[in-house]
Design a protein around this ligand. Sequence first.
Ligand code: NAP
Ligand code: GDD
Length: 339
Amino acid sequence: MSKRALITGITGQDGSYLAEHLLSLGYEVHGLVRRVALEQPQQRLGRLRNCLEDIHIHPSNLDSYASVFHVLSKNRFDECYHLAAQSFVAESFSDGFSTMATNINGTHYILAALQELQPDCRFYFAGSSEMFGKVRETPQREATPFHPRSPYGVSKVAGFHLTVNYREAYGMYCCNGILFNHESPRRGFEFVTRKITYGVARIKSGLASELRLGNLEAKRDWGHARDYVKAMHLMLQQPKPDDYVIATGETHSVRELCEFAFSEVGLDYRDYVRIDQTVFRPAEVDLLIGDASKARNVLNWEPRVNFVGLVEEMVQSDMKLISAGNEKDMPREVATPVG
Ligand code: NAP
Ligand code: GDD
């Protein structure tokens, strides 16, 4: 009998790669999606185009306990990967209330419904290096104290502790992945890697003449999403539930990312990048670099793609996207990426 997995946030970057990975392992894959996704499949299910026919979609609203309870009362799962979240840090400063509601209550609803209906289902929570925020040590590891710097970071710390609490209080198999930034050609256009690689492709193709960015000195540990979803799956295959940092152990500034991405198409970033004060955040996370030794030792997990490979893949993919002439078909907010 194949295992059955439920993925919340299946329409996102990680959800789509995880669905493909689990299908390749023989899983029966189910996903929770917002009902609106079924009304606009072209835009909202686009990342699932490779596997849409092979997965089971359940319309559900993470903002409603009844809606989550309904899906879990009708279907049994061996594993649940809870990835759905308002994941854009900048947006969490604009509307911290809805970020908190979705990210904290949504996580609590899933955990509470699982405990009530299927406590043996293994649970993965998408924790984040944003929880380390104003970092207390470098590199960051599982034991590094949290000091979140945004409503998003605060919401992830709450989700982390809820996950630990269900593990300790009810003996449920609940794991936290503490994942550092991971990107891909499927990354949302609002995140800095994609904003840069898509901006580079537009400038190279004569569609734009500049790229407006905020803090170029922030440093991140950037890996590839395809590598990171494999770690999520490995966490749920261990004899005991635990929490793991997933990272490459390499850090680069946004400036270095610009330098490298522009040079990939023979351009100098200094001729095109303009600083836009409106994109700076009220509180910044200056430096992230992870120590994934525990994941290497216990999960036997290794990232395959490094920073250079990641940026090359993303720039080349965006060059192809534009040369295929798809830009005019994109929704406005995608055609004009925002901060
Ligand atoms: P993403 O591309 O932004 O995907 C987010 C997913 O959450 C989408 O499927 C989205 O659905 C869904 N979602 C958002 N609000 C929802 C709501 N109110 N109800 C139901 N679904 C909702 O994010 P990602 O990069 O794949 O990240 C996946 C998870 O890992 C997130 O929890 C993120 O916070 C966390 N994480 C990401 C990184 C990273 O670097 N990528 C690092 C650490 C942790 P729609 O398509 O309908 O909007
Ligand atoms: N988005 C964006 N746009 N960021 C910019 C820009 C810009 O124009 N200019 C500079 N930055 C800087 C941000 O200030 C931040 O320091 C850094 O680039 C990375 O920003 P994002 O790509 O938006 O990602 P993030 O690090 O804030 O959050 C991502 O990684 C977290 C894990 O550490 C998201 O995927 C989160 O969901 C995830 O938890």
